[in-house]
Ligand binder design. Structure first.
Ligand code: HEM
Ligand SMILES: [Cu+2]
Length: 565
């Protein structure tokens, strides 16, 4: 008699040539739509911040009378919620599609989603009721309502469940396919969630042991210096957590979209490994002006910062070579004409290429920031938002917009409402962000501060005034671009009638020859932890002072009096 086969988890899947499986549609759809909703709330405030800070307008921001409430909503919704939901949804899609199997625990994926979603609701509540004006870095001694911190905790806890689910899915796949090459996109995703999970331990300690207790009134005092160190333990790798999915799209999807092939798969994996290992031990470069950290530790983190520039330069070379092939396939014969012989009419491709161009500018200004001496001149000026809008709102967000232009139609089961509008959108965004970077960057060099309600400032360096006024052009273009983006989103969801025609840009013919030792996650994790100990251990020894530290009262920024006097 034949024995009944035990039911195995992680059944292998076959996908329709066009469109999604129902399970994908719900899970990926829930994450992407939540991400876009967070973006909708956050993005529209950006242009109004520009208008408020320009001496010509000094316009008050609609709905919000308190500038820092709007600024916190902008930073938190865009940088923390839009990115995390988008990345999780995209990563599920990438892993399930590339490994052609179900997630280890689809139910856990939903538990994680609801944890993150309730987190979002709590944070939205605290923000909109004017009780969490602590900016997206939530530095104490500014203290928010507890719901803000509980919401962030649920976001992080949910993301840890995602890491578990992704790694277990990979492990089951590896057991069934011991000698096959892991698709690069999955490799990058696992590297990303490894670095995220290690990094988020810092912010978890800060929130659980320092901020929630003060906010709840359980303890009176806090220590801004230690909190900042814990935040930047997390805060710098966070930017790589945003960037790696964009790299995943450039390395593994853009070749298919442009009809090219990847230039070097092993080089790409090396870039991801270096990013994973070195992104945490560099966070002190955000604390160059902090008195409590020694210049030796600042120096060590500077050196590591320059090390993490290397994988981005490798990426520039690798992706450049891939694009050159694409251009040559389109008939380019000269030295540089392959650059314009790309399919610039396709908004999905254009969004990514234009994002890359902004990233070149953002990368250079990043190298400038990493230099201790220059950083002292630029710290807390509008140069910094100029820099990270080229990287985060440029490379990352433009790539995510490009991904949205193929993924959202798949989720909805209808074609994108208008490719032409999408093309206008990516160009207005590109030009707008370019002008934003130029005007805010120059104003920063001229001493204009960031995170300041300039509309209420009694004095601004007259030399900077024309630059701040010029930034209005950026604000207008970016407002138009945001409206065009959401026109297409709502149009595709509710009004598009055309049938879906494009396939998912997942390369199913994995041709990697990368050695299998590259997948030694335990080894990479071990090296990461060692480096972290070496680079952060002394910083914490310097900053944590139980005798004289922890003596600052928390206060609410909107009513600047101590909360537990
Ligand atoms: C419509 C396009 C956008 C415009 C015009 C814009 C404008 C601005 C301005 C003027 C500031 C600085 C305000 C100040 O320092 O007082 C700012 C801050 C910021 N923006 Fe944007 N932004 C846009 C889109 C984005 C996007 C897409 C993201 C991220 C995905 C983003 C993330 C941030 C963050 C994290 C901050 C810092 C908040 C803080 O200092 O706490 N922005 N933005
Ligand atoms: Cu950094």
């Amino acid at each position: 008699m034949q024995q009944a086969q035990p039911v195995r988890q992680g059944v292998s899947l076959t996908f329709p040539k066009i469109g999604l499986l129902t399970s994908e549609q719900w899970l990926v759809g829930a994450h992407i739509l939540t991400a876009l909703t967070a973006l909708l709330i956050g993005i529209l405030l950006g242009p109004f911040q520009v208008f408020r800070r320009a001496p010509l307008l000094k316009m008050s921001i609609p709905i919000f009378s308190y500038y820092y409430q709007a600024l916190t909503i902008h930073g938190v919704m865009n940088a923390l919620f839009f990115t995390t939901f988008f990345i999780v949804g995209f990563s599920y899609f990438v892993v399930v599609r590339s490994l052609k199997r179900e997630l280890w625990q689809p139910k856990l994926a939903w538990v994680a989603f609801w944890s993150m979603f309730i987190g979002l609701l709590l944070v939205v509540y605290s923000l909109f009721t004017n009780q969490a004006n602590v900016l997206y870095t939530f530095y104490p001694s500014m203290i928010a309502h507890p719901t803000f911190y509980f919401g962030l905790t649920l976001l992080v806890v949910g993301s840890w469940m995602v890491t578990t689910n992704l790694f277990m899915t990979y492990k089951l796949w590896r057991n069934d396919n011991p000698s096959e090459h892991l698709p690069l996109a999955v490799f990058a995703t696992l590297a990303n969630f490894t670095l995220w999970t290690v990094a988020s331990l810092g912010v978890a300690i800060e929130v659980l042991f320092m901020l929630i207790p003060v906010s709840m009134g359980w303890i009176k005092y806090t220590d801004p210096q230690t909190a900042r160190a814990l935040f930047w333990f997390f805060g710098h790798p966070l930017v790589y957590f945003w960037l790696l999915p964009a790299y995943t799209s450039w390395y593994t999807m853009l070749p298919k979209q442009t009809g090219s092939t990847i230039f070097s798969d092993p080089l790409a994996r090396i870039a991801f490994i270096v990013l994973m290992i070195f992104s945490i031990p560099v966070g002190v470069h955000h604390m160059f002006t902090d008195p409590g950290v020694s210049s030796v530790m600042k120096g060590i983190h500077t050196v590591f910062t320059f090390v993490v520039a290397v994988p981005s330069l490798l990426t520039a070379f690798n992706i450049g070579a891939m694009l050159e092939r694409a251009g040559r396939n389109n008939g380019a014969t000269g030295w540089v004409d392959w650059m314009w012989k790309q399919n610039w009419k396709d908004p999905i491709i254009a969004a990514q290429l234009l994002g890359m161009i902004l990233f070149v500018a953002g990368g250079f200004s990043g190298i400038i920031n990493a230099s201790l001496t220059l950083n002292i001149a630029l710290h807390n000026t509008s140069w910094i938002p100029a820099h990270f809008h080229q990287t985060l709102a440029g490379a990352v967000t433009m790539t995510f917009m490009g991904i949205t232009y193929w993924l959202l139609p798949m989720i909805r089961g209808r074609a994108l409402l208008s490719k032409r509008v999408a093309l206008w959108q990516v160009w207005t965004w590109f030009i707008g962000m370019h002008i934003f970077g130029h005007s805010y960057g120059t104003a920063g060099v001229l001493g204009v501060p960031r995170r300041t309600d300039l509309g209420a400032a009694p004095y601004i360096n007259p030399a900077a005034v024309p630059w701040l006024n010029y930034s209005i052009v950026a604000g207008v273009l970016l407002l138009i671009s945001s409206l065009l983006f959401f026109y297409n989103i709502f149009g595709t969801l509710f009004f598009s009638k055309q049938a879906l025609s494009e396939e998912a840009p997942i390369d199913t013919r994995v041709q990697s020859k990368s050695p299998l030792w590259m997948e030694r996650w335990g080894l990479w994790l071990g090296i990461t932890l060692l480096l972290v100990l070496f680079a952060w251990g002394p910083v914490f020894v310097e900053t944590v002072n139980l005798t004289y530290g922890f003596n600052i009262l928390g206060y609410r920024p909107e009513v600047p009096t101590p909360i537990n006097p």
